[in-house]
Every structure is written in C-alpha cells, then in structure tokens.
Design a protein around this ligand. Sequence first.
Ligand code: SF4
Length: 309
Amino acid sequence: MVSRREITDARPDLAEVLPAAHAEFPVRVTRSFWERMDPSDANDPLAMQVLPHPGELVDDDGDVDDPVGDAAKSPVPWVVHKYADRVLLMMTKRCHLYCRYCFRRNHDPAEGLDPSAEEWEAALAYIESARPREVILSGGDPLAVRDDRFFATLERLQKSVRVLRIHTRAPITFPERITDDWVQRLARYAPVYVVVHTNHARELSADVDTALARLIDAGIPVLNQAVLLRGVNADAQVLAELFEALLERRVKPYYLHHTDHAAGNAHFRVSLDEGRALMRQVRERVGGLALPVYVLDPPDGSGKRPIHY
Ligand code: SF4
C-alpha cells in the first residue's frame, strides 16, 4: 500500500485535508493503482478517484444519508434484498483501495468492518430460507476477505442458489489478488459471474489485463460497472474509449451508474441532463455490444432503473 508520506510528497497541498478526510473515509491506494496514476496532478482521472478532495469535508444540500436506500431493504445485517430473485450479501466493509465517490462511504466503522460469526450465520440462514435464484457477493470488496471464508461461503450458497455473482474491484485495483490458483478454485462454482468496476481506460494496465484474461480464459464471464464522475469520465470520448477498451479485453460494459448523492461526493456529481446528453453522444460512437445500460439507483430503495436518453 502507498504510505501517507508518499501521498503528501506527491501532493503537498493535501497535507491538511488528508487526516480529516481519512477520518471520514479511509484513504488507501494500492501500489498497482498508484503506478498507473499521476499522483502529482490534481486533475488526473485516476488520482481523483482515490486521493481526497477538500470538497469531501463540506456538507452539500444534495447529500443523502443512504443514497441507494439499502437500509430499508436489509432484512438482517449484511443482506440487502431489493429484488424478488436476487439477494446482495455484503462480505465485509473493507476494500483494497477506497474510492472517494463510494456510495457506501457512509458506513459507520463503529458498527464493525466484518460480520460477527452470529451475524454471518443469520445472513446465510436468511438466504437459505428466501431461496433467491441469484446471490451477489459484494461489500466493501468480497475479495478483501480471506480465501477460506470466501470459498466456504460459495460452497454453502451453491447448495441453495442457481447463480453466483461477485462484485469486486480487486482485478482492477489489486490485480495480483487474481492468481491462477484462485481462479481455478472459483471456476468450480460455475455459473459464477464476476462484475468489475472500471471508470477510465487508463485503469486497464498490463497487470489488470492479465487478471481479467485469467478469469475469462477459465470460463468465468466478466462484466464492468462504471460510475459517471465529473473530472474522471464525464466526457463522451473518455466513456467511448473505456467501453471499447473493455470490449477488446472481452469484458462486457454492463452498467454506467448515474452518480449517487453520498455525503462527500458532491464534486463528482453530474446532472441527469448532462448524463443523458453524454450517452446520446456515446451511442453515436460505439457499437451496441460496447454500450452499457445507463442506470439510476434512487434513495427510496426501489432498485436500479434505466435512464432513457
Ligand atoms: S471498491 Fe467499491 S465498495 Fe470499495 S470503495 Fe470503491 S466503490 Fe466503494
């Protein structure tokens, strides 16, 4: 991991904001991601995603405590059940790297970063009684937990659900996590889908390519979610390059999320009108296979819906 000292050496202007921002939401950057960014450039689209911004510390009228309405749809801790046939299971609140715009940045660390043994048993028991068709392992990052717990969870879930899905940013932020051995173990749980999270084509470095190819060559379909972020990818050409670069790597662009209104991410937000205009331009530039669904996940907990443009 990159040290605080390295961050402030590269960006002396962050020396003051960094401790306060870290107290609100951890500042943590993997070495691999750091090497892809220009940390000295405040406008670098990768650095912007992971280095704090003074705007994080300012309340905004548009801030929403629970921006996608998870709390109202959580029957037991660590479970979100918004759709009849799918359940989201949060394995941890930890990530290898923390994205400053994260819609779960409001998690209260005092509630614990990992489930207790009792909470985990209750979460799995809920899924076994609800019997959804599909379970989505999420977090935090589900790959931030130890392999024994990760695979024991898959083993148990496989007995009661038809499809497993893993939402992880690890192949992009910490690609060395995706070893051959790990991928071979994961492939035993087919049908299992991996949904990664990439916002800019420059995130797709050689080590990321290797991690993605390992998954896909093992027969594990990989899709991508991106978040529309001012200063990072709110530009038709940047989005088109991202979607085409993913497709070249056999990764299907799946969702482009309209920016949520988490407290502290106001400087990343794009209006719906701007988002629609951007997607109209992107549609002119890329083929249908490269085009993700542009979606909004509203705070009322009703679930994602497509934004028409
Ligand atoms: S990897 Fe996902 S859960 Fe973790 S900080 Fe980034 S957006 Fe949030």
